[in-house]
Every structure is written in structure tokens, then in C-alpha cells.
Write a new protein. Structure first.
Length: 178
């Protein structure tokens, strides 16, 4: 996605502005004053954690930017704040990842969101993995989208169709959680 950046702000400056129901904020930049929302679930997810759950890379800067569009024109003074990991000349976009994919009934609620960098998010498919979780001194195998998801299935009293039988051939596909 082609973005036009108007200003760059360190995370420490923006995170305190983010909050549920917070009014959009005005940002003074060398290109003028821009207004950006600070209460989206995506930003609330970043406020909880700026680290990619998968590779651990941290968001370092918020960029105030607009998408460059050919057909529709943007409102001249409304922009978005996007979180990036910026190092040397490289920048990696941080995204909100659905812990349980929307296609599997996951919601857009903050509880179902986790911070993930764009490369990790692109790698992550919509297919659940097999996790082995210790439950009452027994190893239980469940299909889940992440370690947290596997643990929550067990903690919430799992359904029998989520517990699977595994054969020796599956061993490489299994993620063991302690
Ligand atoms: Zn990552």
C-alpha cells in the first residue's frame, strides 16, 4: 500500500493518547495540522502490546499518514496513525492479527486481537495448528491458532471435536506447551 507520511512520532508520545472512546487528536506537522482517530481496536491492541507475538519485533514509531489513492481523493486534513518498527532505512508495518480468524468466527473485539508484524501476519495461514497441552496430568491435543488460543480452549472446558487423536506421523506438526 502506498502511503504518504506527514510526520513520525515515537511510541511513547502516542500510546498515552490512545483510549477507548477518546476523541480524535490533532497533530501539528510541518505539512500542516492533521486529525487522526485514536480509539480504534487496532490502536487499543497496540496500546496493550507493541511487540509482534510471533517474532518479538517491537513497534518503535507511529507514522501519521494517508493512503495514496488514484480514484478517490482523501480528506485534506484527516490522516491515520500506523505503527512501524523503524530501524536504519527499513520499516516494518505492525498489524492487528485476529487470534481466531474471522473466517472461524473470531470477532474484531480487542480480546481477539494481537499485535503482529506484517511479514509474520502474511506467513500465518488460516489453518489451525496442533497444540499439545498438559491437562490433569494428561497430554491433550487440540487444534488452535496460537498458544494462547490452545490454552484458552483448555481453560474454558474444551469440546470433544477440538480434541484430536494424533499419530506418530503428526509429531512434527505438534507444538508442545510445557
Ligand atoms: Zn513478526
Amino acid at each position: 500500500m502506498n502511503m504518504k507520511c506527514f510526520g513520525e512520532f515515537p511510541v511513547e508520545e502516542i500510546l498515552p493518547l490512545i483510549g477507548f472512546n477518546n476523541e480524535p487528536k490533532k497533530f501539528q506537522t510541518e505539512h500542516g495540522v492533521y486529525c487522526a482517530g485514536v480509539s480504534s481496536n487496532r490502536l487499543l491492541c497496540f496500546k496493550r502490546s507493541i511487540f509482534c507475538v510471533s517474532c518479538g519485533v517491537a513497534g518503535t514509531h507511529f507514522h501519521l499518514e494517508q493512503q495514496v489513492r488514484k480514484s478517490k481523493s482523501n480528506h485534506p486534513h484527516i490522516a491515520h496513525i500506523n505503527l512501524y518498527h523503524v530501524k536504519d532505512d527499513k520499516k516494518i508495518l505492525m498489524t492487528k492479527d485476529h487470534i481466531i480468524p474471522v473466517s472461524y468466527g473470531g470477532t474484531g473485539d480487542v480480546e481477539n486481537l494481537q499485535t503482529m508484524c506484517e511479514p509474520c501476519n502474511n506467513k500465518k495461514g488460516n489453518t489451525p495448528d496442533i497444540y499439545s497441552v498438559r491437562c490433569n496430568d494428561e497430554l491433550v491435543y487440540v487444534k488452535a491458532f496460537s498458544k494462547q488460543h490452545a490454552l484458552s480452549i483448555i481453560a474454558n472446558g474444551y469440546f470433544t471435536d477440538q480434541v484430536i487423536q494424533v499419530s506418530i506421523d503428526d509429531i512434527q506438526l505438534i507444538t508442545f506447551i510445557n
